[in-house]
Design a protein around this ligand. Structure first.
Ligand code: ZN
Length: 336
C-alpha cells in the first residue's frame, strides 16, 4: 500500500457525471485487476511500441450513489530513465534507521557517469580491471574489514580518504543531471520490522515513479540483491514483488504512475552496475549520518558533500517529508 501520497495527488477531486457533485477521488479503492498499462505480446520498443493505458475507471458517487466514470490522468511516454538502488540499516541503543537510495537518470547521462566512475576507480588500482573489484563502503570504512579485503587490504588511511573525497566530488559534480534519491525511516531501538522495510521501499518507489512519470519518463528500477545471486538471472524478491503488485491494484497507483508502463523493479547481482556501487555509498553515508546523530557525534561523511539529493524521511511520530536538498535535514528527525 502506498502510504505517503504526494500532496497534489492526495487532494485530487472529481465531478459526478450524473448529479454533478464534486468529491474527493477514493484513492484507496482497490480493484481486482492491475491498473498498470497492458503491454501487447508483440511489443517492440522500436517497431510496435504501443501499449494500452487505462483511461477511465468506474467509481461510486458518494452523493447520488450512482456509478460515475473517473478520467485518469495519463501522459505520453517521452522516454525512460534508469535508476539503481541499494539499502542500508543501522541500529544502536538510541534507535534504528532503514535507508534506500537510488542513483541514475537518462541513458546517456548514466553512461557518462559510469565512465567517469570507472576511470576514477582505475586511478586507484591501475593494475586491475575496474569491474573486477567493487566498492562496498562497509568494507572500505572499517579498518578490520579492510585488512581482510582482497583489494582494500593494501590501502592505507590516506588512500581511503582520497578515494572517498574523489567519489563525493564526482557525485556532487553530477548532481544536476544524475539524480540521487534517498529515503530514511527512523524508529525506536529495535523498532524496524519487515513492514517498515516494505513501507520504506514502496515510499521511495512512489516518490520516484510519481516524479518521473509526471514529465513522461518511465523509471526502470534495479536494486542490489541482498540474497546471494544464484546465477539464474535477475531475482525479484517475493516481498518486493507482492508489495509492488499490491500497489498496482490501488486507484492511487494510476495517479502516481500517470498511466506509464513502469516495469516491476528487478533485484540483480550485487554491484553488477557501477551505479549500484554508488547507491551503496549513498545509503552508507546517509545511514552513517543517522547513526552519528543518534550517538551525538559528527559523521566523517557529511551528506552535504553528495550535492543535491531528493531526500524523503519518516519520523518516529509518523510525519513523512520530502525535499530536494544539499545535506540531509537532520533537524527534521533529531533534536539538535
Ligand atoms: Zn452523483
Amino acid at each position: 500500500m502506498i502510504k505517503f501520497v504526494p500532496s497534489d495527488v492526495a487532494g485530487a477531486t472529481t465531478t459526478c457525471d450524473r448529479c454533478g457533485s464534486k468529491f474527493k477521488v477514493p484513492l484507496r479503492k482497490k480493484f481486482s485487476h492491475s491498473l498498470a498499462p497492458v503491454i501487447p505480446k508483440d511489443f517492440d520498443a522500436k517497431t510496435n511500441n504501443k501499449f494500452w493505458q487505462l483511461q477511465t475507471v468506474q467509481i461510486d458517487c458518494p452523493e447520488c450513489r450512482e456509478k460515475t466514470s473517473l478520467t485518469l490522468s495519463t501522459v505520453r511516454e517521452a522516454g525512460k530513465v534508469l535508476l539503481y538502488g541499494d539499502d542500508a540499516h543501522r541500529s544502536n541503543t538510541h534507535g534504528a534507521v532503514f535507508c534506500f537510495s537510488l542513483v541514475g537518470g537518462s541513458y546517456p547521462l548514466v553512461a557518462r557517469f559510469q565512465r567517469d566512475f570507472t576511470t576514477m576507480k582505475a586511478k586507484y588500482e591501475p593494475a586491475l580491471d575496474p569491474s573486477d573489484w567493487k566498492l562496498h563502503m562497509k568494507d572500505l570504512h572499517s579498518g578490520h574489514n579492510r585488512r581482510t579485503h582482497p583489494v582494500f587490504a593494501s590501502w592505507g588511511r590516506p588512500k581511503v580518504e582520497q578515494f572517498v573525497n574523489d567519489l563525493f566530488s564526482l557525485i556532487a559534480a553530477h548532481s544536476n543531471d544524475v539524480f540521487t534519491f534517498s529515503v530514511s525511516f527512523s524508529a525506536a531501538p529495535g523498532g524496524l520490522n519487515c513492514d517498515a522495510k516494505r513501507d520504506c521501499y514502496i515510499a521511495l518507489l512512489a516518490d520516484v515513479i510519481y516524479g518521473f512519470s509526471k514529465t513522461g519518463y518511465t523509471p526502470i528500477l534495479q536494486f542490489d540483491s541482498e540474497k546471494r545471486f544464484s546465477g539464474l538471472g535477475p531475482i525479484v524478491h517475493g516481498w518486493a514483488r507482492d508489495a509492488f503488485r499490491g500497489t498496482q491494484r490501488e486507484l492511487v497507483y494510476s495517479y502516481i504512475s500517470h498511466g506509464l508502463p513502469v516495469p516491476e523493479p528487478l533485484f540483480v547481482q550485487p554491484a553488477s552496475h557501477p551505479c549500484l556501487e554508488v547507491a551503496d555509498f549513498v545509503s552508507f553515508v546517509v545511514a552513517r549520518g543517522h547513526h552519528c546523530q543518534m550517538m551525538g557525534k559528527q559523521s566523517e561523511y557529511p551528506t552535504e558533500r553528495l550535492g543535491r539529493v531528493f531526500y524523503s524521511w519518516l519520523r518516529r511520530d509518523g510525519n513523512y517529508g520530502r525535499e530536494r536538498l544539499v545535506g540531509f535535514p537532520w533537524h527534521e528527525i533529531y533534536k539538535l
